[in-house]
Design a protein around this ligand. Sequence first.
Ligand code: SAM
Length: 698
Amino acid sequence: MGRRAKNKQGAPEPLEDAHAGARPSAKKLGKRKADGDDDAPKRPAKKLREADVKKGKGAPKALAKKGVEKKGKAPTKAAKKVQESEDEDGDEDELMQGGSSEGWEDVDEDFDTKAEAKSLFRDSDEEGDLEDLDEFDVEAEDDEFESLRGPVQELDLGSDEEDEEEAAPVRLRGKRSKQQERPAKIIPTGSDASDDDEEEDDEDGPITMANMEARSRALDARAAREAELDAEEMRQAEQASDEELADEDMDEDADEADGGEFQLPTAEEREEEKNAGGPQLHVVQRRMRECVSVLNNFKKRAAKGRSRAEYVAQLMSDIANYYGYNEFLTDKLFQLFPVSEAIEFFEANEVPRPVTIRTNTLRTRRRDLAQALVNRGVNLEPIGKWTNVGLQVFESSVPIGATPEYLAGHYMLQAASSFLPVIALGPQPGERVLDMASAPGGKTTHMAALMQNTGVIFANELNKARTKSLTANVHRLGCKNVVVCSYDGREFPKVMGGFDRVLLDAPCSGTGVISKDASVKTNKSERDFTLLSHLQKQLILCAIDSVQPDSKTGGYLVYSTCSVTVDENEAVVDYALRKRPNVKLVETGLEFGVPGFKSFRGKTFDPRVSMTRRFYPHVHNMDGFFVAKFKVEKRTKKPAGAQQAGGAEDGDTAPAFAFDDEADKAIIEEAKEGMKRKSMKAKGLRVSARPKAVPAAA
Ligand SMILES: C[S@@+](CC[C@H](N)C(=O)[O-])C[C@H]1O[C@@H](n2cnc3c(N)ncnc32)[C@H](O)[C@@H]1O
C-alpha cells in the first residue's frame, strides 16, 4: 500500500494546536490556484459566466472533466460496489434515503414567530423515518444520499491511482487541494496518537473484535508518521511550486498593464464584469488568492492608496460568487475567521463530512456491532478516543440505513458532532432529564442509553409532525425511559420543571451544516438571525428555569446548536449569564474544540464564555457545532433589575418574558403582531398582508 494509503488521515494534532494548525499560510493558499480548478464544479458558482465554462475558459479542463465527474463520473471501485448494491436493492435504497434524509426537513412552526422563521431550523442529526419523506425536497435528499457515499469516493481517491488521476485531471503542480488532503477521519485527539507500533502488524487483515482498537491506534500512529513525511513533501512541493508560480505569474503578469503588482479591479472593470454576467472563474480564483495574499501581508503587498477594506470587500464579493453564498452570509461567516482560515471554512463546506454511526448500547456492544457490519462488507473504524460508541463508516457494500442491525435498532446514523452535547451533559442513570427540542431523537436516544433505560427523559418537540420520527426512533432503539411530548419549549417550566439535567439543542440557522444543506447559503437574511437569536434567548432562559438547582446528582443545562454564528451561540450564552445570575458556565468536558469568542466585532462577552466550545468542519472534520454547559444554582434574592423569563422563582412558574434589550423590542412587537394574526386566522378572520420586515436590530 502506497503512502497515499486507504483511510489516510492527517496528522493527529494536539488539541491546542488544532485550530492554529488548520490555518493555511498565504503561501499554501496561493497554491490553491490549480486545486481550486479541480474543485470548481462542486461549487454553485452561480454568478460565474456559464459561457466561460462551456468554452472552457478559465479552468477549462478541470471544469469540463469535473462537471462530468459530478454527474456521471466513472465510479471508483468502492463507489461502484455501493452503486451496484444500490441498483440491485431498489427497496433498500429507498429505505436508506428515507432514513438519512428526514432530519433535514424544515420546520412547520405552530407559533407565529417561528412561522416567520420557517425553514430556519436545522437538525444536526441525520436520522429519521420514512413518514416525513414527502416533506423532504428532492434536491436535498439527493445531497444527503450523496453525502452518505462521499467518503467512499474520497477513500478510493487515495488508493487508486487511476481514479485519482481521473478525479484530479488538472493538477498542474502535483499538489492536492486542501480538501483532497483533508483527513478522511474525524479529528483525532492528541491522546489518539498512540506509540503502539507493534500493533500495526495486523493492519491489512480484516477488522475484528479483538483488533479494532489496536487498528485504530495503529492507523493514528501511522498517520502521524505520514503527516511528518507529508509536511516534508509539502515543503518541497511548496518550494517547487513557488518557483513554478513565479514563472507562471511572470507570464500572466506580462499581460497585465501594471506589470506585476496585483491590482484591484476598477469601478469600470467591475461594472463590465457585472454586465457580462459575473466574473470568469479563473479571474475569481486568482483574485481571491491575491487578495488573501495582500491581506496577509498588507504593508508589503497592498497597492498604493488602496485600503484594507477595499481588498476585503473584493474578496468577500468573490467568495460569494465562487461558493454561491448571499453577500450577507458571506460577510457573517467571513468575520468569524482570519482571512486564510475563512477560505478553509468555505472550502470545507463544499465537501461532505464522514458518515458516522452511534452504537446503541441498549441493544448491542460496539465491538459486536462492528463485527456484524464488517461481516456485511462494511469498512469501519472507531471514530476516536473521545467516544466509545461512535463508528466511522468508510465504505459499505450495503446501505447503512437499511441493514438488519439498523432496523433492529443497534445503531443510529448520527453526525459525530451530535454526540458532543450529550457527552457534555452526561445524564446519569435514574435522573429526570428534559430534551427541550428533541426530534428526530438522536440525542434523546443517546441519553437513554447513557441512563441505561432508567430514570425518565421528557423528549419535547414543538413540531407535532416531527414527533413521529422521534417516537419511531425511540421505539426502534428500545428506549423505555422516554416520554414524548409536544410543547413550545418556552412553556417550560410552566408545564413541568425540576429536572436534574436539561438539553437545549436549539433550533438554529444550520450554518454548521452547509455541506449537507447548501440552501443555507442563500436563504438566510439578517432578519432570520435576529429572530432565531431571540427565540434561542427565550428558550435558554426557560431551559435554565426548568433545571432543579437542588438536584443531588445534576443541576446542569447544555445549550447547543449546529450553527457557527456568534448571534446564535456566544451572544445567547452571554445573555443567559446576564439574565440569570444563578447560573455559571462550567467546562464542557469535551477533549477538543475551539474556545468560544470572548468578544466579537466590538461586543465583549462575559469572559467565562471562553469555556464554551466551537467545532468547525475545516478543523475537526465534523459539522460546525457549538456546545455550552451551565451549572444552575439556587436563586438567592432576586437581584434588582434581573429579568424573569421562565419564572421559576419560589414556585412562581408563570412565564413572564421580559426582554429589556433595545435590540429585542422590535422583535417582540413583531412576535405579538404575529400571534395576533395567528389568532385572527384561527378565528377565520381575514388577515391583511404582513407588514415589511423589522429593521435589523443590533
Ligand atoms: C436542532 S433540532 C433538534 C435535533 C435533536 N435534538 C436531535 O438530536 O435529534 C431543533 C428542533 O427544535 C424544534 N423546535 C423549534 N422551535 C421549538 C420550540 N419553540 N420548542 C421546542 N422545539 C422547537 C424543531 O422542530 C427541531 O426539531
